[in-house]
Design a protein around this ligand. Structure first.
Ligand SMILES: N[C@@H](CCC(=O)N[C@@H](CS)C(=O)NCC(=O)O)C(=O)O
Length: 249
């Protein structure tokens, strides 16, 4: 049974991780590009693929019957691709305990870490997009919430990840799990690398470039290593023409 894969990809989004995964697994796929609106939202067109209108969406077409399966949620997409296309353990550890650890990170990334970052990002929007005359008040309000909840939670998570990577680096591994690149590194690349390490406006996340590097040197070292991996670079090149400008968010 031959399957055709179509990745519904939104620019400047977490869907880029699926490109990295597909490149690494050397699975043939097509990319269908969606451009963000000027409000930085997904275009309505994505709702025709899945009612929630989010990206990534992986469409799997069975070429013998033309039936199509729609797979959403990055962690679920990763599990599907790893289960079906990684028989040679390119990204999947052979050790069962390490496989569980990878699975944990596939849930953790979207279930715990990303919601903190999205909340802080949306609060950043709230401060700048509030109706004129209310911005100062809005700023105070969201700062109160962020200081009390989201920032301490984010810092707690970053310290947790920093400690894991410190131990891994001490053992001579450059990766989150075991001694090879896994889905864990790829899924964490969006929150840790795109949202944090490469972010020019880190103040939205309660820190600065310098402070981040000082507090989380092992995350920084891991990020510098991951972005140089040939398949990470190839995945970036593949979509470069669809990311012509850095969004002002
Ligand atoms: N938990 C979902 C989140 C999907 C999601 O929120 N995607 C964002 C891209 S970063 C999106 O489509 N945003 C556009 C919008 O909400 O308008 C996943 O892991 O795939």
């Amino acid at each position: 049974m031959t399957k055709k894969l179509i990745l519904h990809w939104l620019n400047y989004s977490r869907s880029q991780r699926v490109v990295v995964l597909l490149e690494k697994l050397k699975v043939p796929y097509e990319i269908k590009v969606y451009e963000r609106t000027k409000e930085f939202r997904a275009p309505k067109e994505l709702e025709k693929i899945h009612p929630l209108g989010k990206s990534p969406v992986l469409e799997v077409i069975d070429e013998s019957t033309n039936e199509s399966q729609i797979i959403t949620e990055t962690g679920h997409i990763f599990n599907y691709l790893l289960k079906n296309f990684d028989k040679d353990h390119i990204l999947t550890p052979t050790d069962a305990k390490q496989q569980d650890e990878v699975d944990y990170f596939l849930h953790y990334s979207e279930g715990t870490l990303q919601p903190l970052l999205v909340s802080l990002l949306v609060h950043g929007f709230a401060k700048t997009k509030a109706p004129f005359g209310t911005r100062f008040l809005m700023g105070l309000l969201v700062k109160g919430i962020d200081d009390q909840f989201y920032l301490p939670e984010l810092f707690k998570n970053l310290s947790y990840l920093e400690e894991i990577l410190k131990n891994q680096h001490e053992k001579g591994s450059s990766y989150f799990v075991g001694s090879q690149l896994t889905g864990a590194d790829i899924i964490l690349s969006f929150p840790l690398i795109v949202n944090l390490v490469e972010n020019k406006r880190l103040d939205a996340f309660g820190t600065s470039d310098l402070e981040f590097a000082k507090r989380y040197p092992n995350i920084k070292k891991w990020a510098e290593f991951i972005v140089k991996l040939p398949d990470y670079v190839k995945a970036e090149e593949k979509v470069a023409k669809n990311k012509p400008i850095t969004p002002n968010i």
